[in-house]
Design a binder for this molecule. Structure first.
Ligand code: HEM
Length: 180
């Protein structure tokens, strides 16, 4: 497994532990929910529909579906818009597109519709972040806006912790330079 796949691929294989941490999704591969209290979900390929979609069992459905992820991402981008370092990295003429891409990725990761991969292909998040300078400063700014956004959802404590734990680990995996 390459570093890129490990950081962002989420290939649902026996070695997908690191991949699942970022890209694969608990609804899409590996034994999910260890220590999170989440229900067990069968191991299935990333691009197929989660077997339990519609059953109310996915984290995606438990937290309120697409509307919740869109609220999260819109709150996050409101923070990004106020951040001089981050705002320079994002496409100012396509912020709505960026909102839709991140929302689509997150809803897919958590067991919702797989529209993201149908439109964008395999997430390969580390590779997609290569054009950007994701150093510890950018990561911490990203995380600070994302933390405010997560808190704004006012989720039950376990769901809030589950979501935040993933985002924090994913952001650490996305760092691609230590240049200032
Ligand atoms: C650690 C700091 C991070 C920075 C500075 C950063 C920055 C960026 C930027 C500038 C873009 C381009 C916006 C666009 O046109 O879509 C982007 C895209 C994206 N980011 Fe991040 N990101 C970070 C972490 C993350 C994390 C932790 C995730 C996932 C949990 C993530 C998921 C995505 C996704 C799904 C896209 C769109 C990919 C595509 O389909 O093109 N990012 N990010």
């Amino acid at each position: 497994m390459t570093n890129d796949e490990a950081g962002a691929g989420g290939a649902p294989s026996a070695e997908a532990g690191a991949g699942r941490a970022v890209g694969g999704g608990p609804g899409a591969g590996g034994a999910p929910g260890a220590g999170t209290g989440m229900p067990l979900i069968p191991i299935i390929p990333t691009a197929t529909k989660p077997l339990n979609e519609g059953s109310g069992d996915t984290f995606y459905e438990q937290v309120g579906g697409r509307a919740t992820f869109e609220r999260l991402v819109r709150a996050f981008y409101a923070g990004v818009a106020s951040d001089p370092v981050l705002v320079a990295m994002y496409p100012e003429d396509d912020l709505e597109g960026a909102i839709q891409r991140l929302t689509g990725f997150l809803e897919q990761y958590w067991g919702g519709p797989t529209t993201y991969s149908q439109e964008r292909g395999h997430p390969r998040l580390r590779m997609r972040h290569n054009p950007f300078k994701v150093n510890p400063d950018a990561r911490d700014r990203w995380l600070s806006h994302m933390h405010s956004a997560v808190l704004s959802l006012d989720l039950p404590p376990l769901q809030e912790a589950t979501l935040w734990d993933y985002l924090e680990r994913a952001a650490h995996a996305m760092v691609n330079t230590f240049d200032e």
